[in-house]
Design a protein around this ligand. Structure first.
Ligand code: CS2
Length: 497
């Protein structure tokens, strides 16, 4: 039997006792994946249960019908299972009211965004959904998707196109502007979204861009919760436990954090009453999360994928790799941060190591490894820049970058092949076409790609000779031994100093 409004009531699963249909939609979410369901929708569920309000969510899939097929047949109800070691906690989430599949019904998406009840839009569209060149931060106006939207603004494909079309409608209907909240892992995500949207809408209609600038707000945010992709095994297991089939279930860790810049265009849910922080400046928290959590994640993912580990917890269970990640955080990433005086940055790092060790999550290295060209500029480059500026160490950051370059070869140290998912995959494939080409030779070619490395980094010989040095030892000894050796010798270097 499938989970639904009717079957849920008879099941043992914990659910909030509010009448779903009495709450109208006030939020439209673009890019509804597992993360949204375990994070923003979970916070919103608590607001609905405790404070009410018209804050249910219309979820929009910008590409596939998958989430619609998962949720629509079960009245958009789903289970959030929180996993901590052997502990499991399950909660039914009812905050999502309906799911729209953008390519099939673009006009309904525009109508939802333009609706009088809608005052908040949230987005998880991943870094590439903003169409900002990673190396320059400029809008890729001529990208084929944006070109399409410029020509067919009433049937757009991208989040920028949908927002532009909806804002035109709102202006025409004399409706208020929206609070548009980016929940993607980019530094100053709100500012970037604003810039991308203003630039794009200006091409369509300069007066519309002015209207958006005047009436809408784009708070910067820091979002955090580790939510691995759901697997068929997870669903089978849950069905066994619930006695109900739930195709929309999501699985996450207990930890959750959401910090939003206090910068709203109109009403927003009382998320601040259920654990969300509204602050004047999110930047220190964003940087902290990107440079400690996400940078470590990327390092773990590339080292792990190359050295033949499947999951984050397997990597972190190896003492030398645990130490390596700890050192990357302590010695290279943390010094670049400026946190409020009362904030315990050390405790934050130790907590991250514990979160990474959560073996119940089964967070795949290959999942985190996706889209490196988009993620690395937000995670590792800022650390490099700071360390270069202050003549600090870049050894560990370049070790992580080298692992990424080695990963792009598409084959692990045991000869197992895997595919590279990245908007720049075609360029990488061209470089690695000759399977005998070493990662060191490829590095020279990668360095020439202007859209990949920003000019200040591309021109820095120190950075590239450090990456090259790592690739050489990875080739000679394998990544595990190379890191072990480094940890032994760096200890000596430190005492020598
Ligand atoms: C991860 C993030 O896949 C990735 O790139 O680093 O999704 C990470 O799990 C979240 O940002 C945690 O909040």
């Amino acid at each position: 039997m499938r989970l639904s409004q009717n079957t849920a009531l008879q099941s043992a699963i914990k659910h909030a006792r509010y009448q779903r249909e009495q709450h109208r939609v006030g939020i439209v979410h673009l890019g509804i994946g597992a993360f949204h369901r375990a994070h923003q929708a979970w916070y919103t569920e608590q607001v609905l249960a405790q404070f009410g309000g018209h804050w249910r969510i219309t979820g929009v899939s910008l590409r596939s019908e998958r989430v619609h097929a998962q949720l629509a047949p079960q009245d958009c109800l789903y289970t959030l299972e929180i996993r901590d070691g052997a502990k499991r906690e399950r909660q039914l989430i009812g905050a999502i009211a309906n799911i729209l599949v953008a390519p099939k019904e673009p006009e309904n998406v525009i109508a939802a965004l333009a609706a009088a009840d809608t005052s908040v839009v949230t987005l998880t569209i991943t870094e590439k959904g903003y169409y900002l060149a990673p190396s320059t931060g400029e809008l890729a106006k001529d990208h084929i998707d944006l070109q399409h939207d410029r020509e067919h603004i009433k049937q757009p494909r991208t989040a920028l196109g949908f927002l532009t079309a909806a804002m035109a409608e709102r202006r025409q209907q004399q409706r208020p502007g929206l609070t548009v909240i980016s929940c993607d892992n980019m530094s100053t995500n709100g500012k970037k979204l604003r810039q991308a949207l203003l630039e794009f809408s200006r091409i369509i209609d300069p007066t519309l861009a002015d209207w958006i600038a005047k009436h809408c707000r784009f708070p910067n945010t820091m979002v955090d919760r580790i939510v691995p992709a759901t697997t068929p095994d997870d669903l089978r297991h849950l069905e066994h436990e619930l006695g109900l089939e739930d195709q929309g279930a999501v699985f996450s860790e207990p930890f959750s954090q959401w910090i939003i810049e206090d910068n709203f265009a109109g009403p927003v849910p009382q998320w601040n009453k259920v654990g969300v922080q509204y602050v004047a400046d999110v930047t220190p928290f964003e940087n902290m999360k990107l440079r400690l959590l996400n940078a470590s994640h990327s390092a773990i993912a590339y080292i792990g994928a190359v050295a033949g580990y499947n999951t984050v917890d397997q990597v972190i269970a190896k003492p030398s790799l645990h130490r390596f990640i700890e050192k990357l955080m302590q010695e290279e990433a943390a010094p670049t941060l400026r946190m409020p005086a009362t904030f315990d940055l050390n405790a934050y790092q130790q907590n991250l190591l514990q979160r990474f060790a959560n073996s119940a999550l089964q967070h795949q290295c290959q999942q985190i490894a996706i889209d490196g060209s988009q993620k690395i500029p937000n995670r590792l480059f800022p650390i490099l820049r700071w360390q270069l500026q202050y003549h600090g160490s870049i050894s560990l950051t370049t070790a992580a970058l080298a692992a990424w370059v080695r990963y792009l070869q598409g084959v692990d140290e045991f000869g197992n092949r895997y595919s590279i998912e990245d908007p720049m995959a075609a360029q990488f494939a061209a470089i690695f076409k000759d399977q005998r080409k070493s990662a060191r030779t490829a590095l020279v070619e990668l360095r020439q790609i202007e859209t990949l490395f920003p000019a200040d980094i591309a021109s820095n010989d120190k950075v590239f000779s450090a990456i090259d040095g790592w690739l050489k030892v990875y080739e000679q000894q394998g990544i595990n031994h190379a890191i072990q050796d480094f940890l032994l010798t760096s200890k000596q270097v430190k005492t020598d100093l």
